[in-house]
Design a protein around this ligand. Structure first.
Ligand code: HXC
Length: 512
């Protein structure tokens, strides 16, 4: 073959790879409301930045007529590119090729970019759209999955790993996304479950649709498995680009800096009326977040799951911060199983990747009840306590109102190595609220309404304020609400050079 013929052969091979499973299957993919693997990559990375690898890789399976069906690329597009100028590695499964199913060769391609991402320190983004293990590949495909799983685990805490579920993801295949840092889903076209509706029907006699069992709404509202649900592929990938802007490229890197014109000393007088005078009245903690972060830009994660706690990314003076905040609008902001799990994992993500944590506290305590106790709130609540306690990144805390009991300790208190702990004058920091406290310590006076009222007032005066904690140094300063942004920015700036380590160990044993 002459060089000229080889050039032509190269063109032919490129064209064959880009055709994927053929026009008819691409048409079906579009008809289902889905973009193709390559269209998705193009939407995700900066124009012209993608370098594809292993475009000519084919599977080695001979059985079931597979020898005659070798499509270059073998059902997954892999490579690297940039998102707003920063390096990312991407794999994008091609449903038009054997349903995006994972063969040994397909797995090797994914593993190759995961290894390269680890070597250079860059995130891996998986665009998942796959019928699972390639049935014709037999145990080799199971081996391939396990190779990916092992890499997911070794990469955890070293490089950010993001899964975007854009089609089926079932069986053991769900466990790779499950071990990544964030799972996003597309509404109506994606699902995640361990066993599908038919198996469920056979085993438990429940009738359930794919969407109900493992669709985007199920996982973002009920199970908490997924972090966000998007309307369609385009919205999902645009939002993913926005999300990536908050993350450092690896645990060796600092969070990206985005210049802002929002002054760090911006005063926000309206915050002075945010907390209602009645302690039982709710208010929206999101308002506080929006008013103190750069340009009101808060990227909330899991907004529809465990809504009694808020988590997400924002920036202060251009630098990414992670926010954890009780939400008094839902369950009075108390901690329960779901909110503890939700926030604990987020705190650990921030700690892995050098992202300072700002915690806003208004928490009346842990949610009481048999459902919580039987569901192991002890272990789940301990996760959040553990996560805050082990975190060595800068930790700045602000108590706006209630900080009662164990929940006070948990929410990034001074005692868990909180670096700077502020309170507003409206803060109430005590073992419990006035009513509950008086009913216990003055039980004998319970029949005497006037006496109880007097005792309650006395307790409120003495304990339901920030000054007792401030007098012990548990609160570093009591600040005016309008000055919150300035004080948080200053604290974070002061903490930029923070260095703190935990004792050497193989790893910890967080209560799971
Ligand atoms: C090989 C597969 C495949 C698979 C789909 N295809 N899944 N080929 N191995 N696992 C092929 C189909 O043969 C078809 O090929 C094309 O992909 C599209 O599939 P359709 O069924 O036509 O599409 P659709 O109706 O949209 O249904 C999609 C689906 C269904 C729900 C994913 O295909 C399905 O149920 N597949 C099997 C899923 C499964 O059981 N996988 C194994 C799970 S166990 P043609 O040539 O017609 O286009 C597992 C274990 C992982 O994954 C273990 C890790 C430890």
């Amino acid at each position: 073959m002459s060089f000229q013929e080889r050039f032509e052969e190269l063109h032919r091979r490129h064209a064959a790879a880009e055709l994927g499973g053929g026009d008819e299957r691409v048409r079906r993919q579009h008809k289902a409301g889905k973009k193709t693997a390559r269209e998705r990559v193009d939407l995700l990375v900066d124009p012209g930045s993608f370098t594809e690898l292993d475009k000519f890789v084919v599977h080695q399976t001979q059985d079931f007529g597979m020898a005659e069906q070798r499509i270059p690329g073998d059902g997954v597009v892999t490579g690297y590119g940039t998102v707003n100028g920063r390096l990312v590695f991407v794999f994008s499964q091609d449903f038009t090729v054997f349903g995006g199913s994972l063969s040994e060769a397909h797995a090797e391609k994914i593993c190759k970019i995961m290894d390269q991402a680890m070597n250079v320190g860059a995130p891996v983004i998986g665009l998942n759209d796959s019928g699972g293990a390639r049935i014709q590949d037999g145990v080799a495909s199971l081996a391939g999955y396990a190779e990916v799983f092992e890499r997911n685990v070794l990469a955890s805490g070293v490089i950010p790993q993001i899964s975007m579920i854009m089609g089926p993801c079932a069986g053991g295949a769900v466990y790779s996304p499950a071990m990544t840092d964030f799972i996003f889903m597309v509404k109506d076209t994606s699902y995640l479950f361990v066993t599908g509706p038919e198996v469920v029907k056979t085993v438990t006699h429940e009738t359930v649709t794919q969407e109900e069992l493992g669709g985007a709404l199920t996982h973002t509202t009920r199970s908490g498995v997924a972090d966000l649900a998007f309307e369609n592929d385009v919205e999902a990938l645009i939002e993913l680009r926005r999300f990536m802007d908050f993350l450092p490229t690896s645990n060796r890197a600092q969070p990206p800096l985005r210049p802002t014109s929002d002054p760090s000393d911006r005063s926000e007088p309206s915050l002075e009326t945010l907390v209602p005078s009645s302690p039982n009245k709710p208010y929206d903690m999101k308002e506080l977040i929006a008013k103190v972060v750069d340009e009101r830009d808060f990227f909330e994660i899991q907004p529809d799951f465990a809504r009694n706690i808020l988590i997400g990314f924002a920036r202060m003076e251009g630098t990414t911060i992670g926010i954890v905040a009780n939400q008094p609008m839902v369950l009075a902001g108390c901690l329960d199983i779901d909110s503890s799990r939700k926030a604990a994992r987020f705190v650990r993500f921030c700690d892995c990747f050098n992202i300072p944590i700002v915690t806003f506290v208004d928490v009346p305590g842990f949610l009481p009840g048999t459902a919580q106790e039987y569901g192991a709130i002890i272990k789940h609540g301990a996760k959040l306590l553990f996560a805050f306690a082990e975190a060595t990144v800068p930790k700045v805390t602000l108590i706006t109102r209630k900080a009662y009991g164990g929940a006070y300790d948990v929410m990034s208190s001074k005692h868990l190595r909180g670096d700077i702990n502020f309170a507003w004058p409206s803060a109430e920091i005590a073992v419990m609220g006035p009513k509950g406290a008086v009913e216990i310590i003055f039980r004998t006076d319970l029949g005497d309404k006037a006496a109880i009222e007097a005792r309650t007032e006395e307790y409120r005066e003495k304990f339901a304020n920030p000054f007792v904690a401030a007098s012990r140094g548990f609160i570093d300063d009591v600040i005016l609400p309008r000055e919150t942004r300035r004080r948080l920015c200053r604290a974070l700036a002061m903490l930029r050079g923070k260095q703190l380590g935990n004792p050497p160990k193989k790893h910890d044993n967080i209560p799971l």
